[in-house]
Design a protein around this ligand. Sequence first.
Ligand SMILES: NC(=O)c1ccc[n+]([C@@H]2O[C@H](COP(=O)([O-])OP(=O)(O)OC[C@H]3O[C@@H](n4cnc5c(N)ncnc54)[C@H](O)[C@@H]3O)[C@@H](O)[C@H]2O)c1
Length: 340
Amino acid sequence: MKLTIEQERSILTEILERKGVILEDAEIVTDVTIDADLKGFTSHGLGRFPQYIIGLNSGNIKIDTDIEIENETVSTALINGNHRFGHVVAYYAMELAMDKASENGVGMVGVHDSNHFGVAGYYSDMALMQDMIGVVLANTEPAVAPIGGKKPIIGTNPIAIGIPSNKNYVSVDMATSATARGKLLEAMRKGEKIPDNVALDSEGNPTIDPQEALKGSILPFGAHKGYALSFMIEIIAGPLVRAATGSKVTGTANSRKICTKGDLYFAIDPTVFGDLEEFKNEVDNFVLEIKESGDVFIPGDMEVRNIKRNMEKGINVDETLAQELKKISEDLDFDLEKYL
Ligand SMILES: NC(=O)c1ccc[n+]([C@@H]2O[C@H](COP(=O)([O-])OP(=O)(O)OC[C@H]3O[C@@H](n4cnc5c(N)ncnc54)[C@H](O)[C@@H]3O)[C@@H](O)[C@H]2O)c1
């Protein structure tokens, strides 16, 4: 099955509204999900949606709690998401960070008691679109074993950084594991193998079977350096923001458990250091220098290429996911076919 963006938007909005999610929240969740699918991060798009339905059904994603600011300074805030949709809490947190950055140059907002928020890059894009640098860090339930170990203790801990420029989309959005856990879940759903260099089975041996990998561990990206970076994110998106760390982090992939992870959002106004246009031109000049060096990509090119292709050709939905969506719509008493 293939969906246009409009079809995906209508289906997701209808499901969420029927689950009692207020329109404003449903629009944010839908927009982030479509953003993931358009950019080619399908592991965090529609394919992740059934997880959110489980979260809603089990009460671990709450639809009627308030997002609370627990403490605040001119440039920082700590938010208790009270287990609202992670996308909604993240959107709120980045908006707050941007407000603080426009007043004071920088904004840093920590979040605990939220939920899985989809793709980290959506929120760094929010800053980038307002001519600010956006940085997003989060920890997740364990998936990665320390180098030399077998037991997953560290999350896939994503990092996204978006930088404004005049001519380019400059953004990195990635897990600090060799592959996102969502890509293993997606491969399992599609009956596909995974690359031979991204995961270990529970005995610590390399595996190409996503099911074995999910029982074992994902490797960090970039060997010891990825492990070291992920280790640090685990703490600054964990105890620093009053969230859990290591094996105490739950509920980011298994939404039958309450979510205890944390996030940290930064917005930086480049004008605290100098002229905005000069900065953006320098970024473009650097991109040009990189591009003139050979047949190379910059961070963000992959997303731009995928967005163009997917806007034109639509979003692919594999048979298993199509059946899952059909079941969700039947349970909610509406006919998916009316949107197809
Ligand atoms: N919500 C969560 O808890 C969570 C956890 C982990 C990952 N994620 C999300 O999963 C998604 C996928 O992560 P991933 O690690 O599998 O992504 P990935 O390995 O596909 O890497 C993506 C990044 O690398 C850049 N890139 C790719 N090829 C490049 C090249 N040749 N040169 C320069 N840059 C290049 C891309 O532009 C992109 O920004 C991300 O959106 C991430 O936010 C979310």
